[in-house]
Design a protein around this ligand. Sequence first.
Ligand code: DGL
Length: 337
Amino acid sequence: MKIVPDRYGKCMTDTHIEVFATGGTIAGMAGSATRRDYRPGQIGIDDLLAGMAALGLPAKLVGHQFANIGSEDIGPELWRKLHEAAAQRMGDSACQGIIITHGTDTAEETAFLFDQTLPTTKPVVLVGAMRPADAVGSDGMRNFANAVRVASDPEAAGRGVLLVMSDHIFAARDARKARTEGANAFRGFPRGPVGHVTPASLEWFGPPWRVDEPARFEFHENMPKVSILYAYAGMSAENVVQALEGGAKGLVLAGFGHGNASGGIRAALADAVAAGVPVVRASRVDEGLVDREPDDDAHGFIAARALGPPKARILLQLLLANGINDPVRAQQAFDRR
Ligand code: DGL
């Protein structure tokens, strides 16, 4: 076995990593190094792995092309296929880690869904890029090499699903796409990055906090419909009624500031809870906790805490799909790191 010590004294061995490719900008091409528009999902996994092999990283990468699309088109069907494959590899002693290449637009949602529905026993790492493969200063290969380094490190296990971008390692619960452009588009909240990685080094900022945790929820392809209501000045309670008439089994308020809404909206949301439709208060503001307020007990609302609306929606879907309707238990799930 080839052992390559790095300057931090850790070792990368010939680890067996399974790579699930889905497309995104990391597989994107513009056709010119200086063109602004480009198409995601143009390069196949074999070509990506050939590029990686040229870097000489001591890992055995086995690629699987699940899709080659922009992540705005990712949803339950592809999630099921990826989840099934990941769960299978969790029980396969030959596989030491999983990398999922993914568009950045919905990477935080896939990462969080899998974070909640896979055991934490092996590294699972999502990676993407903000610049297509043929752009000047493309970030794809560097991010990919970083992801290989993370997925090869046994210490990456016990931290849930991780997202690697711009030399940062984010926990799925914290990762947020915070910018539309630029290689450093992701931020972590409430924690910043949990580690720093380059193709030549890896440093964790603390010990794993979820060692040997089983999956928190069972994965379901067909989860109950949960709608996000984005608050705006002058919004009417009609929006709540329409969401319910549209079949929503749960609601997430992307509220003002600390998860606030007008009196009319709050009353309509309280009616929804009384009718058996759980309501989570999140915020349309990019950063900050939404904690419980005295009214939440009276209305039966759940506070999203550190989760933004898209991840709050996934967690509420998982709770409902797993038969958890009790607001106290639901709140505990939102409070959990
Ligand atoms: N539409 C985007 C997606 O696949 C491309 C952007 C990206 O990957 O950064 O999510």
